[in-house]
Ligand binder design. Structure first.
Ligand SMILES: [Zn+2]
Length: 337
């Protein structure tokens, strides 16, 4: 190839890359679809059992400028909300391609916030995934009449996004809300949750072929499940459920350095705390989990935070297996901020 053609090709490629990177507005067809109804009218949900819909659902969406004065964008956001809240298709989140618009816009129900508000995000990107997984039952407005458990979702993610008011945000999201974000952002990349199931099925087959099939949950899965149940129990201020993870001789060092021992005493203290502070709870997020190779013990490390509020810090936990169940032998919390 002559040198000048190569130079032109490179220049063109550069222009094309730039064109791809620059958020463009809506196409006339998209404007027609969005403005075909009022903000309180749901849009048609695209489904995989329709071939044309299915092709669109498999297509990459594009960024859009988070311009608060863009009336078409505002109407799209409003109509997507109406769609996800519509009784015919009630869900925990929705992505713009599900209503036929290939733009990076999603709604997510924030189960990690008080009263579980729905929030809209523009151009969301996951910039970090925890290694730890979070098994979760998922359904999808675009995949009618089924739900399945995925096991490849990250427990925590770092997400960067624009908000409809044009502001920019970055935050760490955990647990079920993190799965909703992963599910909706997948849609923007043309990925459906069933793809993860297929990936799991392929991996499981590989394990069986290798002669090491294991169906029973691993010790680390059981401990993470116990931690998740404890977090849920805190959220509901359910002292008895919280105490289910306590071993017979539990010892806790509180964030302020106070020493507590014995399930009964800790339960009494928690009851008093919750009575004085309705709505208060703690979230513990695992960052490291090591199961002993020589004994029924495990070491967990992570961070904790108080809700509502900004107080938090790190913790360390010693788990032991008692009567076949993973229980807490001791926990040390340190208030760091
Ligand atoms: Zn979906």
């Amino acid at each position: 190839m002559p040198r000048f053609i190569i130079a032109i090709s490179i220049a063109l490629a550069g222009v094309m890359l730039q064109a791809l990177a620059q958020p463009k507005g809506f196409t006339p067809e998209q404007v027609d679809m969005i403005t075909a109804g009022r903000s309180d009218q749901p849009m048609r949900v695209f489904k995989i059992n329709n071939q044309a819909d299915s092709i669109l659902l498999r297509t990459q969406s594009l960024d859009i400028t988070a311009d608060p004065n863009d009336e078409i964008l505002r109407l799209l956001i409003d109509r997507m909300y109406t769609t996800v809240r519509d009784s015919a298709s009630l869900g925990a989140g929705i992505a713009a391609p599900q209503v036929g618009i290939l733009k990076n816009v999603i709604w997510v129900q924030r189960f990690d916030k008080e009263n579980f508000p729905f929030e809209a995000y523009i151009n969301p990107k996951i910039i970090q995934y925890s290694e730890m997984k979070w098994p979760c039952r998922e359904g999808c407005l675009s995949i009618p009449d089924r739900s399945d458990t995925t096991k490849t979702r990250a427990y925590a993610i770092l997400v960067e996004y624009d908000r409809p008011d044009g502001s920019h945000g970055i935050e760490m999201i955990e647990e079920f809300t993190a799965v909703v974000f992963q599910h909706e952002i997948d849609h923007l990349n043309g990925i459906l949750y069933l793809d993860h199931i297929k990936q799991e099925a392929a991996e499981a087959e590989a394990v069986i072929n290798a002669g090491t099939a294991h169906n029973a949950p691993s010790d680390s899965e059981l401990i993470l499940e116990a931690r998740a149940q404890s977090n849920a129990a805190y959220r509901g201020q359910d002292v008895d459920a919280i105490a289910k993870s306590y071993g017979r001789d539990i010892i806790i060092t509180g964030g302020d350095g106070s020493q507590l021992s014995g399930g009964k005493i800790i339960k009494k203290l928690l009851s008093g705390l919750f009575e004085k502070n309705p709505g208060l709870y703690y979230v513990r997020t695992t960052s490291t989990l090591k199961v002993s190779e020589v004994a029924d013990r495990a070491w967990e490390q992570g961070s904790w935070r108080e809700v509502p509020g900004t107080r938090g810090g790190d913790y360390s936990a010693h788990w032991i297996k008692e009567d076949g169940q993973w229980k807490l032998l001791s926990q040390i919390f340190v208030t760091l901020h």
